[in-house]
Design a protein around this ligand. Sequence first.
Ligand code: CP
Length: 313
Amino acid sequence: MKHYISINDLGNLQSAVKEAISLKKDPYAFEALGKQKTICLLFFNNSLRTRLSTQKAAINLGMKAMIMNFGSEGWQLAFEDGTVMNEGKSEHIKEAAQVVSQFADIIAIRAFAGLVDKEKDEAEVVLNGFIKYATIPVVNMESSVAHPLQALADAITLKESQTVPKPKIVLSWAPHPKALPHAVANSFVKMMKLQDADFVITYPKGYELNPDITKGCKIVHNQEEALENANFVYVKNWSSYADYGKVLSQDKNWMMTKRKLGNAKFMHCLPVRRNVVVEDAVLDSNQSLVIEQANNRTYSAQLVIKRLLEDLK
Ligand code: CP
């Protein structure tokens, strides 16, 4: 694997999940692989899980991790070719990416969608700028349109908690006061397309995801109908894709409750707003898998970094 940008970069998902679960059982088995190797984690946005789990994964593999909150500490970057940098931007991605490449063996980037300009977000200027100009592998720690480390952690969690051969898995939109990106939902859908499951997506009209990503998926607009006989319910808010970045509804009826969840397991990537996205009774019950999902972020990152290290020239 050259870079990890999308869940599809893993090749066979089931093999990747199996390998990640074996790393979880013996986390230090490959400690020698990362000896004298460094990963540089660059954050253009906030994080708790991604930062700590990716650092922990690198430590488990014997690596050193350098972390920078680039959004608040780095020079403001310019990305356009031929740009005249006579305003706020102090450094160009061409130099920044090559300089970081000299200090590390792998770069990991978090750079969210701005949710103002769809074309700009879909161009993934930060992530693609590093891929273009860095001379070392790049890991996507959540970009404008994808969160593949989260999707792999979710696949691990599903595998560990699955009790029937072909589970029913529902991705349900939930209300949220702020406009949130589509990255988690997009990567979850992509991952689900690689699973043997009865997969259903439910959201209020106006909250369609990118149709190129949901093509072929079953969509049910009535949430309660979608949730019938579900084994797993993955809840996530996202803003409108068609009316790009807008909050069209905060309908409280879409919040996940214990009654609506039934006997299903509850999943969410975290952070989650209690009693807005999901009620306390769900999060505080043994039906919630959110803490294990967060735990599995370490083994998701560890699998990805291990494969990149193995393929370093
Ligand atoms: N789920 C997730 O990516 O969490 P953080 O934003 O805290 O990293």
